[in-house]
Design a protein around this ligand. Structure first.
Ligand SMILES: [Zn+2]
Length: 61
């Protein structure tokens, strides 16, 4: 089952970003999910299936 998130949600990924945080803001949803590191501002995009696998939890819906 998919966890629920939307643009603007803050999500926690299973793996920490090298900058020291693992919290990301969802900035685009669809077939691909784009997230932005809330610490360093780096953005990454990945297929929804991969995102759902790497997602640990939604900390703010
Ligand atoms: Zn970062």
């Amino acid at each position: 089952m998919d966890k629920e998130y939307k643009v603007g949600s803050i999500v926690v990924m299973k793996k920490d970003h090298p900058c020291g945080t693992n919290e990301w803001e969802v900035i685009r949803t669809g077939a691909d999910i784009k997230i932005k590191c809330i610490n360093c501002g780096r953005t990454i995009m990945m297929p929804r299936i991969e995102f759902n696998k790497k997602l640990k939890k939604v900390s703010k819906f």
